[in-house]
Design a protein around this ligand. Sequence first.
Ligand SMILES: [Zn+2]
Ligand SMILES: [Zn+2]
Length: 308
Amino acid sequence: MKRSLKIISVFFSILFTFATIIPVFGSEIYSIVYEREGHTITTPNGTAVAVWVALNDYSEEEKLSTRVETEERFPGIEFLGEVTGRYNCHSYAWYQRSTSNPYWLDSIDAFLADPNYMETTTPAVGDIIVYYTPANNVNHSGVIDEVLSGTSNGVCGDANLYMVVSKWGKRALYRHRGDYCDYVREHGGSSSYVKYYHMHLYTYTDRTVYVHTVNCSCMDPITEPHTWVQIGIESLFRCTVCGYRSTFTPANPENVSAEIWMQLMTRATMEDGATFTLGNMTFCYMDGQYYIVTECAPDVVIPPNVME
Ligand SMILES: [Zn+2]
Ligand SMILES: [Zn+2]
């Protein structure tokens, strides 16, 4: 018993000695210490997601050797940002497309569930490519940098039709053809197919008292009524979609002449958002009631989903 314990302890001391002398097993296992507590980011709709922050990073020597090893295996990939353990592919593609991104993001589930994103089969520049394993697990994320012409070669679906910018794990940031990276099964990875995601970046234009026009690169502009929510005490309304503000006064017989009231009741359309002008007074039918539109002032529009 005593003897076997000693053998085990010698075995472990040898193992630890090697682990400290040789910092690399395979290609990318170094000792970076991460802190998780207190670090969260949010998806465009405000869902909080826990992230990791690295307390240290690789030495210049380690960065160089990792880079050389990767670029020898994948000749032709374009180096865009240094080897670092601070941020990973998901954080880069979904949260902050910058080499100074400080966060490591394990899971993109909260982003995929955010309605600001939409799956697409015709991605454009700026959209996201996600690599999946045959068991449908997310394996890697990247950003579409260029749409190429040609036909699919079947390696990870039609990934060869796109140039992608992606962070390769704890290695460097690269620009590469979608089917040509470490994550693809044909190149030693575990991904067998990809999906593409578009993030809506809505802007609101042509705002009048009654409507706004929604614009995004993925669609034709849509003009639609505001979605009012009452703010303040009585008569200030705000569009929850575009931020437009308007002051309405309920149109009651007490504050509208009998003549106008009769015309309103007989001639105006009783549909939400319908408007009706009599002389210098404008009425709006909303939630079963007429309102007199007395004033309107556009807010500063802050699109809810602008990436940093
Ligand atoms: Zn869109
Ligand atoms: Zn609006």
